[in-house]
Design a protein around this ligand. Structure first.
Ligand code: UDP
Length: 423
């Protein structure tokens, strides 16, 4: 396992956005947990929603008096990530014949990582990649939670059946919403807590409109013309090619429209390059379509600029865990047209903060409606900002973790008594 270095943050700064009471509640919950050691483990330090959350949550946990660590799994055999991506896809419903060799590689990586676990009180293992750590850390007296960021509603049964006992080795499981949990999961503590965004990061913090437009213009898009934006890994579940089809329908009615598909190539997503190439091919050289990644210099500030400069943000996912990008756009006051899947309907109240869609045609129709009506855009954008402020800021995520740690500790006895070397 490799430690990830994080910055520092102060929770008090959030009071002006969420109110003093919410910060007081966090401080109250954190006080009895002072000094508790918390370890988050996931697959990658960069790219995707989990890395985004941990880079914000871990510093805030430290600020309120916990000793929080973030480790990423070390995969000596890089095909581990091919296997875990396929498992991820299977958990979203894609059939998969998980061979003995794949199972072995998967489990062996978690076994080797479990042997390196540090001495902590609480471990949060994120997503399927880290699912078997708890099983292999058999001597651990820490309290363990598995946080699942995936919608398991349509999970491919044979793969879920293989994974379920590893989940059940934990003290708790955290799902984004009740619908995501499989009904056959038996665990004393199943909690629901949605992901969150940090309003003070380079990605979500204030950025002057002029500056945002200049950044977008540097990527050869015209900030004076309407712009559709989707920010997502290049992945079939995010349907980037469907977004290009939406754009074409919109373009037939509003010829000046442009499209930016922004997608980072995450370390744990080996399919990304291939799907990027497919989207570039699907765009067929259209000069008003840009497919851009971190390799083109699109980092947090640029994502911020694209989201702010969008006339409409699209998130046309076919399956989705939560879709942090929806919250990011809504926070910036931009209405989002999103697939009615996973955690997107938690964020998009249809007709209030954006529109929920199921097809290319519907998506194009809703985008056209928004592109033609600036008042509607600003009404929905303002409602979206408020929804994120109330439900999806990082302080709520922090509070939920603190509550869980208190519950787990109460179930187990005092923290001093639970600390033990694990692995
Ligand atoms: N992201 C980014 N650059 C990109 C594409 C995505 O920084 O080019 C970020 C995005 O802003 C969000 C996260 O990666 O914070 C994606 O999280 P989400 O929950 O939407 O999807 P996931 O990739 O976890 O399925």
């Amino acid at each position: 396992m490799r430690p990830v270095t994080v910055g520092t943050k102060g929770v008090d700064a959030y009071a002006r956005l969420v109110g003093e009471e919410k910060i007081d509640e966090i401080r109250r919950l954190a006080e009895p947990l002072r000094g508790a050691r918390v370890l988050h483990v996931n697959a990658t330090a960069y790219g995707g929603g989990v890395a985004e959350i941990l880079s914000n949550l871990v510093p805030l946990m430290n600020d309120v008096g916990l000793e929080a660590l973030w480790y990423v799994l070390d995969a000596r055999d890089p095909t581990f990530f091919d296997v875990t991506k396929r498992i991820h896809n299977a958990l979203q419903g894609m059939p998969l014949d998980l061979s003995d060799q794949m199972r072995e590689l998967f489990l062996e990586t978690d076994r080797a990582n479990a042997a390196q676990l540090p001495d902590v009180d609480f471990v949060i293992a994120h997503d399927p990649q880290a699912i078997a750590l708890r099983h292999f850390a058999s001597a651990s007296e820490a309290s363990w939670a598995w946080r699942c960021h995936i919608d398991l509603t349509d999970a491919y049964t044979p793969v879920w059946s293989f994974l379920r006992p590893y989940v059940e080795a934990h003290d708790a499981a955290i799902f984004t919403m009740p619908q995501f949990a499989q009904p056959d999961l038996t665990l004393d503590r199943i909690v629901f807590s949605a992901p969150s965004i940090d309003p003070f990061t380079e990605k979500n913090g204030p950025l002057a409109a002029d500056e945002a437009r200049a950044i977008v213009a540097a990527f050869r898009l015209d900030p004076a013309r309407p712009l559709l934006v989707q920010v997502s890994r290049f992945d079939p579940w995010k349907d980037p090619n469907g977004v290009i089809d939406v754009y074409r329908r919109v373009k037939a009615e509003i010829p000046e429209v442009q499209l930016a598909l922004i997608g980072s190539l995450a370390d744990d997503d080996p399919e990304g390059k291939d799907f990027l190439a497919r989207s570039i091919a699907h765009a067929a050289g259209d000069p008003d379509v840009r497919c851009l990644t971190d390799l083109d210099g699109v980092r947090d500030r640029e994502v911020n600029a694209f989201q702010r400069s969008a006339t409409v943000v699209i998130q046309k996912s076919l399956r989705e865990g939560f879709g942090l990008v929806v919250a990011e756009a809504l926070w910036k006051g931009i209405p989002v047209v999103g697939g009615a899947v996973g955690g997107i309907p938690l964020q998009i109240v249809d007709g209030e903060t954006g529109y929920l869609v199921r097809t290319v045609e519907e998506c194009a129709e809703r985008c056209l409606r928004l592109l033609r009506d600036a008042d509607l855009r600003s009404r929905m954008g303002a409602a979206g900002h408020e929804r994120v402020r109330g439900e999806f800021l990082i302080t709520r995520d922090l509070r939920d973790h603190l509550r869980l740690f208190s519950d787990l500790r109460a179930a187990k006895g005092a923290v001093g008594g639970t600390r033990a070397r694990v692995g």
